[in-house]
Write a protein that binds this ligand. Sequence first.
Ligand SMILES: NC(=O)c1ccc[n+]([C@@H]2O[C@H](COP(=O)([O-])OP(=O)(O)OC[C@H]3O[C@@H](n4cnc5c(N)ncnc54)[C@H](O)[C@@H]3O)[C@@H](O)[C@H]2O)c1
Length: 277
Amino acid sequence: MDVRDKVVVVTGAAGGIGRTLCARFADEGANVVVSDRELVCAREVSDAIGGIAVACDVSDEADVRNLVDVAIDEFEQVNVFVSNAGVTAKGGVEVPDDDWQACWDVHVMAHVYASRAVLPHMLARGSGYLVNVASAAGLLTEIGSAPYSATKHAAVALAEWLSVQHHADGVRSSCVCPMGVATEFLDEEDPVHQFLAVTAVTPDDVAEAVVRGLEDERFLILPHPDVEEFFARKGEDYERYLKGFRRLKQKLERQPTARSRWTVARTGSLSSGRGSG
Ligand SMILES: NC(=O)c1ccc[n+]([C@@H]2O[C@H](COP(=O)([O-])OP(=O)(O)OC[C@H]3O[C@@H](n4cnc5c(N)ncnc54)[C@H](O)[C@@H]3O)[C@@H](O)[C@H]2O)c1
């Protein structure tokens, strides 16, 4: 799908990847609805790119329904809905239920709510696009965060189901699965995030991959080409793949990665990021 003159809604768009996606969609000629639970920051983005801002906590179905209603009132339709908002919770099964629930609500139920709200319109028109910004953690794993890994896997599964179920109806589904992206999301103090920061791409790189992925109507959009290879290895030999990840976990516990490289990657991205000023 070419997004020119299309109506694109992006959640979690007050900062990071979402903000850059909005700016890129606007540059491509789309009408952009910038939404976030942080309305003031979302407004700054919409003021800069000429879209509209809508407050929306994606874990609240009424908020998501309102977001779609406002977008349709303003632009008559929603062509692309990007579920981008994300949270994280560090730790394993000991993580409190509330934090597991927050990951589940934001990564999975938010896309269920979005699909419930926009699918009837898209099915009636015979076209539309549902995009979920999941993570490489949804195809592989994220060392150090069970709630993030499990719920991003569920996010991929939901996007895959939507693709199988609705492709013939004209509704496309894509799943964006980056590894590290240089945003506030990466925690400078976390050894796993320090490791991810070494190969982090910029939000602009993600936006470029998303625009190209939508043009090609690709299901899996991978801003890091390595992820395709790692995912293929997982399919070829699951046991070997697990051994590799266990070894990596031990290595990360033994040697902290270079902080300076992390800083370079992040600073470079933020200063050059489209729409980041
Ligand atoms: N940065 C990375 O390394 C990375 C890697 C892979 C995937 N991702 C995914 O990309 C997406 C965007 O991440 P980012 O790096 O831009 O993060 P970010 O923290 O910079 O931005 C996340 C945005 O989501 C918003 N948000 C959080 N909870 C919300 C809620 N309940 N309702 C509405 N908005 C909410 C925040 O206000 C914020 O503006 C997330 O889904 C994240 O899991 C990020």
